[in-house]
Every structure is written in C-alpha cells, then in structure tokens.
Design a protein around this ligand. Structure first.
Ligand SMILES: Nc1nc2c(ncn2[C@@H]2O[C@H](COP(=O)(O)OP(=O)(O)OP(=O)(O)O)[C@@H](O)[C@H]2O)c(=O)[nH]1
Ligand SMILES: [Mg+2]
Length: 192
C-alpha cells in the first residue's frame, strides 16, 4: 500500500499458473462488478502474446472512494517469466491465488504453491496481505473439488471459493471479502 498526496493506493494481484483464468477473472470483475463511476480507464491494459496469453501482466486501476485507488494486476503465469513475476509482489495488499482445478494441472499448481511460499518468506508485504484462493474452472469435467485441492496443495489456511471465471460464479463474493478485509485494515491503522 502506498499513500501519495493523500491518496491511498491498494494493490491486488491475480497469481496462478498459465491459463488458470487470471485475466478472465479480472475481466469479469471489471465488466460486471465495478460500477462505471469507479472506473478510471474504460478497459484493462494488457500486453498479450500472439496466443492471447498475458505477457508480463494485465493492469486496471479502480477508484473505490474519493481517496482510495485499487490497482489490479494479473501476473503472467508462463514459466518463462518466473523471474519477473516476483517483482509484481512489491507493495502487495491482496492476492487472488487462481488455481486451475483440472486434474491434469495438479503438479503445475504445486509448483506455483511452492513459488508462492518462497515469496512469503522473503516479501514482508505479502506476509501481511489478504490471500484468497479461487478454485477456478469448476464448470469443467475432470476437476478436483475444492476440499481435495486445498488439502493436496496445503492451502487450507486461506479463505477460498470454487469459481468459474466464464460465468463469474463466486467472483462477487470473493471480491467483497477482499475489499472489506483491506478496508478494515486501513481503518485499524487509522488511514481512513
Ligand atoms: N471452462 C472454463 N474456462 C475458463 C475459465 N476461466 C478461464 N477459462 C479459459 O481458460 C483460458 C485461459 O484463461 P486466461 O484468463 O487467459 O488465463 P490466465 O491465467 O490469464 O493465463 P496467462 O495470462 O497465460 O497467465 C481462456 O480460454 C479462458 O476462456 C473457467 O472458469 N472455466
Ligand atoms: Mg492472463
């Protein structure tokens, strides 16, 4: 979190494997949940590869309140960019950890959990950040249910929802919990 000229900047990141649904989740939130008068830009800024995947990150700023700007970032999930992915965690306040629930993605998800836990040890802001896990693609066949996933991936300590980023299932609820938690922290610290 950064306070510049009396404005509070909150940073929320979507993290997870390539094609897990980070960009799709952010798009759904932007299109269906963020009221027009809170939008600072009319579209998500992103750098895409020729296959439609995110290169580096997607970015969208939202004005939550007169003095509160929330900046959303969706990190790239491609393995090629692992070294740049860490940079995006600087000053983070909230993380949506997007899991591709498909059975075939289990090992890949485990690698990302390891990567995330490594960042947890070294990035202080991340230790204090609100983390919500989205067990995405629950609409598909051949997926694990959230209970099995959180046990197998050792993510039981976090709030979580089964989601479908295509229809927005549970994205509203998870977003509300994220924002409420972050605003509560700001109030406790006396910033608002
Ligand atoms: N069936 C289904 N497909 C989904 C869901 N979420 C995303 N997808 C699809 O999965 C593909 C990848 O989604 P993206 O949102 O681009 O994935 P990403 O996590 O941003 O991937 P990178 O940018 O490569 O890191 C797209 O074709 C989406 O339409 C979901 O909940 N269900
Ligand atoms: Mg993406």
């Amino acid at each position: 979190m950064r306070i510049v000229d009396g404005k509070i900047y909150i940073k929320i990141i979507f993290f997870g494997t390539a094609l897990a649904g980070k960009t799709t989740s952010l798009q759904w939130l932007f299109q269906h949940l963020i009221p027009a008068d809170m939008k600072i830009t009319d579209q998500i800024r992103s750098v895409k590869t020729s296959f439609g995947q995110t290169l580096l990150f997607d970015f969208v700023p939202v004005q939550l309140h007169q003095n509160i700007i929330v900046r959303f970032y969706a990190a790239t999930g491609q393995d090629y960019y692992t070294s740049t992915r860490k940079l995006i965690f600087n000053n983070v306040d909230g993380v949506f950890f997007v899991i591709d629930s498909q059975k075939k993605e289990m090992e890949h998800n485990k690698e990302f959990v390891d990567e995330f836990k490594k960042y947890l040890q070294t990035i202080k802001e991340l230790q204090e950040a609100k983390v919500i896990v989205l067990y995405n693609k629950q609409d598909l066949d051949e997926v694990y249910n959230p209970e099995d996933l959180e046990k197998e991936l050792r993510l039981t300590q976090y709030d979580s929802w089964p989601t479908c980023a295509l229809t927005g299932m549970n994205l509203r609820a998870s977003f509300q919990v994220m924002i409420c938690d972050l605003l509560k922290k700001l109030k406790e610290k006396g910033d608002i």
